[in-house]
Design a protein around this ligand. Structure first.
Ligand code: FAD
Length: 289
């Protein structure tokens, strides 16, 4: 099923992001986490894409499992910066052959110069990937947006112009980078709608369960830590169990505020942790009707 049809048919959707195993020996434990997550009946599940090697193959494999084994709609992430046009055509063919109808079209991050990863220069921005997916076949296409600005951003206004160009190339819905300050998101929405971007905005919510992994994600996402989140990290950052509980409550409250302000597309960055996704669903389940 196309995700745009799910979004348009329900006032509130709850979806999960998962990531594929980096190595083959981790496949089974990730597959188990995904089975447990799909048991929570999300409206759809997205699978991240790590450019190159086995990780990218596992995105198609996990997305296929989600569709065929768990009977849940899958959204396969796809990045372009480290790929040639031929690579992209081949992966689009695989997705199509496996009955995956939904793609989150992304640029990907610049590989660090010492990683040795090739940068073929076939693509510079996600907008080019969106155009190629549209030309290839009948996919429902999502794309990323960054309420607090992308770390590469030079200018706030220019970023909205580029977002509009990307959407105009054929994007059906947008998924946000995670943030902790809903006020900043509402202000971003005003600018997005003011620029004539009308597609649905799905909100990415991150339940923080580890101070250390948050630090890493903050560095690449451009998300700012609110005083409230900082206070939680200061108090419970060294106590994983309490931090997990605090992260679940923070995410649940954030979702309550979003839904009461009319934003019903909630996408949880689960970090492959069914316990956390389940606890949030228990807290906010009554909102889903
Ligand atoms: C919901 C979500 C899911 C993600 N999933 C993954 C994943 O699975 N795998 C992964 O590797 N990464 C993932 N990322 C990270 C993402 O790849 C990075 O944030 C990346 O740096 C930017 O991707 P983008 O698609 O937003 O890029 P773009 O839309 O290309 O934008 C990147 C920057 O370039 C600017 N820009 C765009 N077009 C132009 C132009 N024509 N001229 C000048 N500047 C321009 C934009 O304003 C922005 O500042 C995800 C991010 C989000 C928000």
């Amino acid at each position: 099923m196309k995700i745009i049809d799910i979004i348009e048919s329900k006032p509130i959707t709850l979806s999960f992001e998962v990531f594929p195993p980096k190595t083959e020996d981790r496949y089974e434990s990730v597959a188990q986490a995904i089975a447990a997550l799909s048991f929570l009946s999300p409206d759809y599940m997205s699978v991240t894409y790590g450019a190159g090697g086995g990780t990218s193959k596992n995105t198609v494999r996990i997305a296929t499992d989600i569709e065929k084994l768990h009977h849940t709609t899958a959204l396969a992430h796809l990045t372009c910066l480290s790929s040639t046009k031929q690579d992209i055509r081949s992966i689009l063919g695989e997705l199509s052959d496996n009955g995956i109808h939904n793609i989150l079209a992304l640029r990907g991050d610049q590989p660090s110069p010492d990683s040795g990863a090739p940068v073929p220069h076939d693509y510079r921005y996600a907008v080019e990937l969106v155009g190629d997916i549209r030309a290839f076949g009948d996919f429902c296409i999502g794309a990323a947006c960054h309420p607090e600005g992308h770390p590469d951003r030079v200018d706030r206004e220019e970023e909205i112009i580029h977002l509009r160009e990307k959407v105009d190339r054929g994007v059906d819905f947008l998924v946000t980078q995670f943030f902790f300050d809903n006020g900043k998101f509402y202000e971003f929405v005003d600018r997005v709608r003011g620029a004539g971007i009308k597609v649905p905005l799905i909100v990415g919510v991150m339940p923080v369960s580890s101070a250390k992994s948050l630090q890493r994600m903050i560095a690449i996402s451009g998300t700012s830590v609110t005083p409230r989140m900082q206070a939680l990290l200061d108090r419970w950052g060294d106590d994983p169990d309490s931090m997990e509980q605090a992260g679940i409550l923070h995410a649940s409250e954030q979702i309550l505020d979003l839904v009461s302000n009319g934003f019903g597309g909630i996408h949880i960055y689960t970090m492959n942790k069914p316990r956390i996704a389940g606890a949030i669903k228990d807290n906010i389940g009554f909102l889903l009707g």
